[in-house]
Write a protein of this length. Structure first.
Ligand code: FMN
Length: 165
């Protein structure tokens, strides 16, 4: 089985997961903008990872348009993971839920540009305004200060799914 991990990462968290997954599978991890369709068609299975922006898996459109043989997708965002979050993301991105995984990344304000940071500050303010904050809200507010919430253990279900353990 010829596999490759392809990813799009803006501040490094998705790249971290992509490299962990490649290490576990004993294959290469490469950035989306460094590989072309003519090279990807040579693989039996593509594991694609993109960071989340406004609930969309960045770069997935490009991969989807290539009509590749088999694609497993993972999204990386700062939302706290749970089954409902994962199901909603799969639906919004039009990905079969059996082929979709979500991992918690983090937030690095030092690497986020001005306009994107403004968007994030609006979300942060809307959480701050809530009178009754959930545990997830408090965790998100901590993450907004700058945090790496990546966890190598989280990739296990994806690895098991790929290796059909
Ligand atoms: C403009 C913007 C929009 C974002 N939208 C979402 C989102 O919809 N859901 C989410 O969970 N995280 C969202 N995030 C957080 C990033 O997905 C998160 O920081 C991720 O770990 C970045 O991955 P990267 O380091 O690979 O770029 C957003 C971040 C920015 C800057």
């Amino acid at each position: 089985m010829k596999r490759i991990v392809v990813y799009k990462s803006s501040t490094g968290f998705t790249a971290k997961y992509a490299n962990w997954i490649a290490e576990e599978l004993g294959c290469e991890a490469i950035e989306l903008n460094k590989i072309k369709k003519c090279d990807l068609v040579k693989y039996d299975e593509i594991i694609y990872g993109g960071w989340l922006m406004a609930n969309m898996v960045c770069g997935y459109n490009k991969i989807n348009e290539m009509n590749l043989k088999k694609v497993i997708v993972f999204g990386v965002g700062m939302t706290v993971p749970n089954d409902e979050v994962v199901a909603k993301l799969a639906e919004q991105n039009k990905i079969n839920k059996d082929n979709f995984f979500y991992f918690e990344g983090g937030y690095n304000p030092k690497k986020v540009g001005f306009f994107k940071k403004m968007m994030m500050n609006m979300i942060k303010k809307s959480i701050e305004k809530k009178e009754e904050k959930t545990a997830e809200d408090l965790h998100m507010l901590e993450t907004f200060k700058g945090a790496d919430n990546t966890n190598r253990e989280a990739i296990k279900p994806l690895i098991d799914r790929i290796l059909e353990v």
